[in-house]
Design a protein around this ligand. Structure first.
Ligand SMILES: Nc1ncnc2c1ncn2[C@@H]1O[C@H](COP(=O)(O)OP(=O)(O)OP(=O)(O)O)[C@@H](O)[C@H]1O
Ligand SMILES: [Mg+2]
Length: 445
């Protein structure tokens, strides 16, 4: 028995290790051990607010020197070395408000308990497929990754892959095949291996994968909106239906930018009862506060109430913009030789964030900048931007003619910003314009 126990423990560890490599291995895998350490690994303690601070959890990032020095005087090589070592104040601010990567620690996924519960309820309990949709930067990938993390802990398998462009059905699913083979019984392995060699249909995939799998598998297809090929979408819809009808232990989470679920699945009425739709809307004010609190704690930068109010107003519930604006404002404070973000640092942060966005979306940025200089338009622009940030779509007749080139209009009388990140940058630019009255009058004339 003792031997059996040892062998079982060793085997379990090997299985866990292989499993961890497989999970997320199609792209990139987060480190669940760190997340689990926050609450002793108990899922039931998931919360919308970060874990209470435990001195044992305070990392190198939290050890902030009392008097930060401005770093702009350092040579690029010194800044490079300091940033790589995560020792500089700049590096701490950048890491603490990381706006470039999805959340990979469940305790940093703030304000998304409802959405996570909806996924668990629909996908895990009711065995539906899921479609997770929302604006760019709203936190879709973060939610999907944390769901995968939970699946991993529950001894299921979550495989993540992002569609790299408009692709055919077989090419979309081929990256999952080696990982599915590893989870299949011997007979199933051969059938799955055979698919790797040829083109295949939804029916081929379902009959090879469904019967042979040993445990529940969730296939996450991120950037699903990039697929325009109607044939691929039709095959995906057939596959989801086949997997549901055969009660296969294989479920899909389709993740993409969309204002509503029809956009993503293009109306397959018979699929609806097999799907749970999880819209990713803006987070509430408490979650915005929590994102700022968490970043402030990690960076050692203080965000007084006025700074939070200004950043919150411009971000309009988008976690990406909260992090981006806080990061830029925090860096502006560091440049000024202080660890407190005052109104000047917020403005400098909003301005540099807008410039950064302008560098990748020059035409839209130039248009917004010009329109923000017209005082008579500002209130209309602000209301429109708030609406677009909240719902993505706006009534077409509310769009000022001059702003039309930045939006896409459809037949149903609604419009969306061509770049769904734009509304928050418009709000940021409007805040800046409000403090430039002389310039605004000059521009209006
Ligand atoms: N719930 C959240 N709490 C804190 N930060 C978040 C949350 N959701 C997203 N973020 C942050 O916002 C940024 C964007 O998140 P993410 O990449 O998940 O969005 P997305 O909707 O997948 O974006 P895209 O449409 O570009 O793929 C990341 O920096 C992420 O860390
Ligand atoms: Mg994403």
């Amino acid at each position: 028995m003792a031997d059996d126990g040892k062998t079982g423990g060793w085997w379990h560890q090997v299985r866990r290790a292989v499993h961890r490599i497989l999970c997320w291995a199609v792209n990139e895998r987060p480190a669940p051990a760190r997340a689990a350490a926050h609450n002793g690994g108990r899922h039931s303690m998931l919360s919308d607010t970060p874990a209470a601070q435990d001195p044992a959890n305070i990392s190198e990032l939290d050890a902030i020197p009392a008097h930060p020095t401005p770093e702009s005087t350092l040579a690029p090589a010194q800044r490079f070395a300091a940033a790589i070592g995560a020792r500089s104040q700049r590096a701490r601010v950048i890491a603490a408000f990381n706006a470039a990567q999805p959340v990979d620690d469940r305790y940093e996924l703030l304000g998304r308990m409802t959405e996570l519960n909806r996924l668990v309820d629909g996908v895990v309990e009711r065995r539906q497929h899921a479609v997770v949709f929302g604006a760019r930067g709203s936190g879709k990938t973060s939610l999907a990754r944390i769901f995968g993390d939970l699946a991993d802990e529950a001894e299921c398998v979550a495989l993540y892959h992002a569609a790299t462009g408009d692709t055919g059905f077989a090419d979309l699913l081929r990256p999952y095949l080696p990982f599915l083979q590893a989870e299949a019984r011997p007979a199933g392995r051969a059938a799955l291996a055979a698919l790797g060699e040829r083109d295949f249909t939804a029916r081929d995939f379902a009959s090879a994968a469904a019967p042979g799998l040993t445990r529940r598998i969730f296939l996450i297809v991120d950037e699903f909106d990039r697929i325009e090929n109607r044939q691929t979408k039709a095959q995906m819809a057939s596959l989801l239906k086949l997997l549901s009808d055969t009660r296969a232990p294989l479920q899909f989470l389709l993740v993409g930018i969309a204002a509503d679920v029809d956009e993503l699945l293009e109306a397959h009425p018979s699929l609806r009862r097999h799907m749970v739709a999880v819209p990713i809307r803006p987070v509430g004010p408490r979650a915005v506060e929590a994102v700022i609190d968490e970043g402030a704690r990690r960076s050692g930068i203080t965000f007084p109430a006025e700074a939070r109010m200004l950043i919150g107003a411009a971000a309009a519930g988008s976690p990406y913009h909260v992090r981006l604006f806080c990061q830029a404002a925090g860096l502006a404070a560091v440049e000024a030789g202080t660890s407190t973000v005052d109104v000047g640092a917020v403005r400098a942060g909003l301005a540099s964030s807008f410039e950064e966005w302008a560098s990748v979306n020059a035409a839209a940025a130039a248009l917004l900048e010009r329109l923000c200089r017209l005082p008579e338009l500002r209130e209309r622009l602000r209301a429109l931007a708030c609406d677009a940030a909240a719902h993505q779509t706006v009534a077409a007749d509310r769009v000022p003619q001059a702003l039309a080139p930045a939006l896409l209009f459809n037949d149903s009388g609604t419009a969306v910003f061509a770049d769904s990140l734009a509304p928050q940058f418009l709000l940021a630019r409007l805040q800046l314009a409000a403090t430039e009255p002389a310039l605004a009058v000059a521009a209006a004339e």
